[in-house]
Design a protein around this ligand. Structure first.
Ligand SMILES: [Zn+2]
Length: 433
């Protein structure tokens, strides 16, 4: 019994790794995702031997440095302050963002054969189901929901973003004033990248079965108050739900929203009261949409993010990472295309940096963009999601909380879909009977 329990915990740990964004793709992560179940924060690290705070007013970091080396702890904190300054100089927050950061030896928590390869991860601590202007309910990260200042918002988590960084990773620190080695990663790049995930550059498409035969949106249990704690994600008995970022994800072949697939997949629940994790789903007419999604997610240049006010989806889309030959959860789709952007000013959200290049060099390589690591396409997408900037002070807002939000899986039989390829939009026309 004890052995079974240990094995189960290890599987949960590995699947939890895959649910976050680490920069080292490995089949094992994706293949084990399917076994992730509701579980109570086995990864929580409670030992905070050193605990400092970095408050850059609107971006507050609680830093738990769990190594004995105070000099290194101070260097990490310094890089966090720099990242916080950079983010607050780009985005305008009206409510402080609170980040809980742990810096510790991952090998004390993750399996020994994996821990050395992982550098860091960050994710929104909690999501909220909000209704978008296209009628779909999507999961928004707490950091952004707070900025909307809805009057009837549920109680928020203390922290908006949870982040962890590996103290045994071969990080380069600017403060050392020595040249970066070819095998090193600039911790500043890692921190900036991960914080952007934490702010909601985040989705959760999942391979269906161990060797994926299809791709599905995550299933999630939405609490009656609209909140979705991370433990509610991948609830096997729930319907499919999208994240904020999915609203803007389009097919680069014709500009269709990927949400069209989610809408179609959710019609499964009109016909069946069962979970999708069984043969009934595989044999259903909806399954072909999940198969198509897998093809898209593993075909280069097939999906992208379309920013607000776009006129041409081909030239305006921020191309997503779909070049991995097999779908890698935590790498595919949650990043922008490495090949297209690594040598541009929008390098930050590629799934990895170029070892031996620090963030400053990468900004220079990309044309020395004035915004630093947050490139123009990334900034435009974050604005599109709903973050305010000096150039876009009144961004899009979803509808306020409803008393009992539920995913929109109501009758789709009355809908016709009109693909407007030239504008990159998909229009839903509801026919009244
Ligand atoms: Zn990432």
């Amino acid at each position: 019994m004890q052995l079974i329990k240990i094995a189960f915990i290890i599987i949960l740990l590995i699947s939890s790794i895959s649910a976050q964004c680490f920069h080292h793709p490995n089949n094992i992560y994706a293949s084990l995702e399917i076994v992730e179940c509701n579980w109570n924060s086995g990864l929580d690290v409670t030992d905070t031997s050193s605990h400092q705070e970095a408050s850059e007013e609107m971006f507050q970091v609680q830093f738990n440095c769990e190594i004995g080396d105070k000099v290194t702890c101070d260097k990490v904190l310094g890089q966090f302050k720099k990242a916080a300054n950079m983010i607050t100089s780009t985005f305008i927050f009206n409510t402080p963002i609170k980040v809980n950061v742990s810096y510790y030896d991952f090998c004390t928590v993750y399996p020994a054969n994996l821990c050395g390869d992982l550098s860091g991860a960050a994710y929104p601590s909690q999501f909220y189901a909000l209704q978008d202007d296209d009628g779909l309910t999507r999961l928004y990260p707490q950091s952004l929901v707070k900025q909307f200042k809805f009057s009837n918002a549920p109680k928020y988590n203390e922290f908006d973003i949870n982040a962890e960084f590996n103290s045994v990773s071969n990080f380069w620190f600017e403060q050392d004033s020595i040249k970066i080695n070819p095998d090193q990663e600039d911790i500043y790049w890692t921190i900036c990248h991960e914080l952007i995930h934490g702010l909601g550059f985040y989705n959760r498409w999942m391979g269906y079965q161990i060797n994926p035969i299809a791709l599905i949106p995550t299933t999630a249990l939405i609490n009656p108050d609209g909140s979705v704690p991370r433990n509610n994600l991948f609830n096997t008995n729930s319907s499919f739900v999208e994240f904020m970022m999915d609203k803007y994800t389009i097919l680069l072949s014709n500009g269709t929203q990927i949400s069209l697939f989610t809408r179609q997949l959710n019609t499964f629940f009109n016909d069946h009261k069962s979970s999708v994790f069984n043969d009934v789903f595989i044999k259903s007419p909806q399954f072909k949409f999940a198969q198509e999604l897998l093809v898209l997610a593993t075909t280069p240049n097939s999906l992208g993010l379309l920013p607000r006010n776009s006129r041409n989806f081909l030239s305006d889309a921020f191309i997503l990472e779909t070049s991995m030959p097999t779908f890698e959860q935590g790498t595919s789709l949650i990043h922008v295309d490495f090949k297209t952007y690594i040598n541009t000013n929008d390098f930050l959200m590629t799934y990895r940096s170029v070892d031996g290049n620090n963030a400053k060099q990468m900004v220079l390589n990309g044309g020395n963009y004035s915004g630093g690591p947050i490139g123009p396409r990334l900034k435009l997408m974050m604005e599109t999601f709903g973050y305010a900037t000096a150039e876009n002070p009144n961004p899009y807002k979803p509808l306020p909380f409803k008393p009992s939000p539920t995913p929109d899986v109501t009758s789709k039989s009355n809908e016709t879909i009109n693909h407007n390829a030239s504008s990159g939009c998909t229009l839903y026309i509801i026919k009244k009977n």
